[in-house]
Design a protein around this ligand. Structure first.
Ligand SMILES: NC(=O)c1ccc[n+]([C@@H]2O[C@H](COP(=O)([O-])OP(=O)(O)OC[C@H]3O[C@@H](n4cnc5c(N)ncnc54)[C@H](O)[C@@H]3O)[C@@H](O)[C@H]2O)c1
Length: 264
């Protein structure tokens, strides 16, 4: 049984990593239409071709989530023709590593604009379209475990993701009367180009794939493991879940206290 049969979805950051894996998963689960919103014109075209190959209508919007008119353009394109938008996955994000003492204000604002302000702008535009269509809907965000626990060198990113976790709670309550659910997923470290950029080399990335002891599961997560969580939340199986932050992190934020190991 395909769980997302006939749905229209909009995915920001859909050209790579989590967004691309989610677009594929939604298409495999029967979505009728997936609109990709990303700044990367070349890779967005590649993913659109992949979706068409699975039998889903792809639409593309090349733009910047930090530019509010681009967010509205993305919602307009997703709803063009029949007004239908069932699922938003607001997933595009950016990160950079700076010690707190060296973090520049411009970089703070850059990360807030892409990760947090865009979450409000795109989420509001999508929610307005869902309310106008009158069919309810699902709004999903990619937060991060950096928004749950301290993450050294990442104060700006962590605050932006903690802001999403807060935004989700309020949106869930304000939109519940419109039959719209709102949730976020907080991944741990993933095997995506973003992590490659942060780790700095393919060698470091390969080492993290083979073993990363700070993660109890001792490995990077796959973007498909986040995509599967989104498919569940967007389906009827997730209908009673709203206002939640689902942590998918290989156990990294369990705060395990290894007492037994110490006593041996
Ligand atoms: N990779 C990780 O370890 C990790 C962990 C926790 C959370 N996340 C979050 O997951 C989400 C997806 O990241 P990913 O790992 O798939 O990275 P990725 O680099 O593979 O994909 C990010 C996509 O977002 C797009 N994008 C970035 N800034 C944009 C902008 N201003 N406007 C439009 N598009 C933009 C990029 O072009 C790219 O296609 C992000 O929100 C990220 O913060 C990632």
């Amino acid at each position: 049984m395909k769980r997302l049969e006939g749905l229209s979805a909009l995915i920001s950051g859909g050209a790579s990593g989590v967004g691309r894996a989610t677009a594929h998963r939604f298409a495999q689960e029967g979505a009728a239409r997936v609109t990709l919103f990303d700044k990367d014109a070349s890779r967005i075209a590649d993913v659109a071709a992949e979706l068409a190959g699975i039998g889903t209508e792809p639409r593309t919007v090349v733009g910047d989530v930090a530019n509010p008119p681009d967010c509205q353009r993305a919602v307009d394109e997703a709803t063009r023709g029949d007004g239908r938008l069932d699922v938003l996955v607001s997933n595009a994000g950016a990160d950079s590593i700076h010690d707190f003492l060296d973090l520049e204000l411009d970089e703070w604002y850059r990360i807030m604009d892409i990760n947090l302000t865009a979450s409000f702008v795109l989420g509001q535009a999508a929610a307005r379209a869902m309310v106008a269509a009158g069919n309810g809907g699902t709004i999903l965000y990619t937060a991060s475990i950096s928004g749950v626990a301290a993450s050294t060198g990442d104060a700006h990113y962590g605050v932006s993701k903690a802001g999403i976790i807060s935004l989700v709670k309020t949106m869930a309550i304000e939109l519940v009367g419109h039959n719209i659910t709102v949730n976020c997923v907080s991944p741990g470290p993933l095997d995506t180009p973003m992590s490659l950029a942060l780790l700095g080399s393919e060698e470091a990335m390969q080492a993290a794939r083979e073993s990363w002891p700070i993660v109890p599961m001792n490995r990077l997560g796959s973007p498909t493991e986040i995509a599967g969580t989104y498919a569940y939340l967007a389906s009827a199986d997730g209908a009673y879940t709203t206002g939640q932050n689902i942590v998918v992190d290989g156990g990294m934020t369990t705060n395990v206290f290894p007492l037994a190991d110490e006593l041996q």
